[in-house]
Design a protein around this ligand. Structure first.
Ligand SMILES: Cc1cc2nc3c(=O)[nH]c(=O)nc-3n(C[C@H](O)[C@H](O)[C@H](O)COP(=O)(O)OP(=O)(O)OC[C@H]3O[C@@H](n4cnc5c(N)ncnc54)[C@H](O)[C@@H]3O)c2cc1C
Length: 394
């Protein structure tokens, strides 16, 4: 794409460099900015030279630098870094875990002159089950792995498309946007409030998204994400997330189906009826070529119920496993090792992401008019079976 109006480009290396001259706009990965004409922009200010750490881990949670690429976040979430750090520790190296002084090592390649190395990323704390949402969230983008390598998490949030699945991820986990203001101050806002429309954000002119903070309590939660699109490789029509925290509180997020994110909170996992009513009652469902308003409303309720029932099953499994463990500890029953293992060692129970073809999140109904009910029966040959269909269990 020729961006014919742009005549200047400069790299921002300090906070002072972030002051925008008339006609200038911030550029991160540039994957959207360079994909269509920018008639009101005459200059780009490159944020990737700021040298912001990609990922920082500590007791409070995860801090994602706005210029962290989707590929780097995914690499970290896949655990490559953790495995390599463990290998390093075994051979005399140091490991960085919360409470032992944390590191945030990789920075955007533009700042370092080289691409981030997986072994330079902080390890993923074992208790952070919800990290498993990163992969299905990345797969919920229409963008392929080639775009992931350049597109940034912050750029996805600031672009604020309804189908911005880094938004879905952050909203699912109570993400907080850290915003640098032009006067040198800083403010924080829930990521759920950052999008102000489909392709519009709530940042004032000159404000920069510096980072996204994800609290540790949300990262420890069991969490699931489900996506549906009208075409198998199409842009998301609805992305629904759900999680249950250690204290039993449940949070559901509806994105892509609504113009801006919607968050539903419950003291405990709601009943199927209560959840359906709350999801269907949300405001903001809309129609465009990727789905009609009533379809988006209907499929959101279906996806939310799938998540709810899987979370409920999982809670019941864990309660059973705990009961078996208690009984075994007190000697009330003589559980065989095999029997105990049956309860707790299935992949689903240990937080593995569903990685089959349907795990890409492409849950296609094949036709625009497919009724939400069609999603759930699994008998329709055109639809993937409902069991492993684009959900990831954390
Ligand atoms: C093939 C393809 C498929 C795509 N699929 C999707 C999709 O499914 N869903 C989707 O949402 N997008 C999609 N996109 C659009 C885009 O690639 C993504 O939204 C991407 O994450 C944007 O990130 P970026 O770093 O490239 O942003 P850029 O293009 O650099 O910037 C995007 C906007 O955000 C602003 N901005 C960027 N960073 C900051 C910051 N830190 N503070 C303030 N403002 C900032 C820029 O000024 C600009 O207005 C797709 C693009 C392509 C080419």
């Amino acid at each position: 794409m020729d961006i014919t109006t742009v005549t200047s480009f400069r790299a921002a290396r300090s906070r002072a460099d972030l002051a925008l001259a008339p006609g200038e706009a911030f550029m991160a990965g540039g994957t959207w900015l360079m994909s269509e004409p920018q008639p009101s922009t005459t200059g780009f200010v490159d944020l990737t030279a700021m040298g912001w750490p990609d990922l920082e881990v500590d007791e409070a949670g995860l801090r994602i630098g706005a210029t962290c690429t989707i590929a780097t976040l995914l690499d970290w979430a896949r655990g490559a870094a953790g495995r390599r750090a463990a290998e390093g520790a075994a051979s005399g190296g140091t490991s960085a875990v919360p409470g032992e002084g944390t590191v945030a090592t990789s920075t955007h390649p533009a700042a370092t002159g080289r691409w981030a190395r997986a072994d330079a990323l902080p390890p993923v704390p074992e208790s952070w089950r919800a990290v498993a949402l990163v992969e299905p969230a990345a797969n919920a983008l229409l963008a392929s792995f080639k775009i992931w390598s350049t597109a940034t998490v912050g750029g996805n949030l600031c672009q604020s498309f309804a189908a911005g699945s880094m938004i879905s991820l952050a909203v699912a986990l109570d993400g907080v946007a850290v915003v640098w203001q032009p006067d040198g101050a800083e403010r924080r806002m829930p990521v759920a409030e950052l999008p102000a429309g489909n392709g519009a954000n709530a940042l004032a002119h000159g404000e920069v998204l510096r980072a996204i903070e994800i609290p540790a309590h949300a990262l420890r939660a069991e969490a699931l994400l489900q996506k549906i699109a009208l075409a198998e490789l199409g842009r998301s029509g609805a992305v629904v997330t759900g999680r249950v925290d250690d204290d039993g509180a449940a949070t559901f997020g509806v994105t892509a189906a609504t113009i801006t994110p919607r968050v539903l909170r419950f003291a405990a996992l709601p009943s199927a009826e209560e959840l359906r009513e709350r999801v269907e009652g949300l405001e903001g469902y809309y129609s465009d070529p990727l789905g009609a308003e009533d379809w988006r409303r209907g499929v959101s309720a279906v996806l939310a119920e799938r998540i709810r029932s899987q979370l409920q099953e999982s809670i019941a499994e864990r309660a059973d496993a705990a009961a078996v463990g208690d009984a075994a500890t007190t000697g009330a029953i003589a559980a065989s090792p095999a029997g105990a293992g049956d309860v707790s060692t299935s992949p689903a129970g240990t937080g593995n992401v569903s990685t089959g073809p349907a795990g890409t999140g492409g849950l296609s109904t094949g036709e625009a008019g497919a009724s939400p009910a069609d999603l759930g029966d699994g008998a329709d040959a055109a639809s993937p079976a409902p069991s492993d269909d684009g959900s990831a269990r954390a």
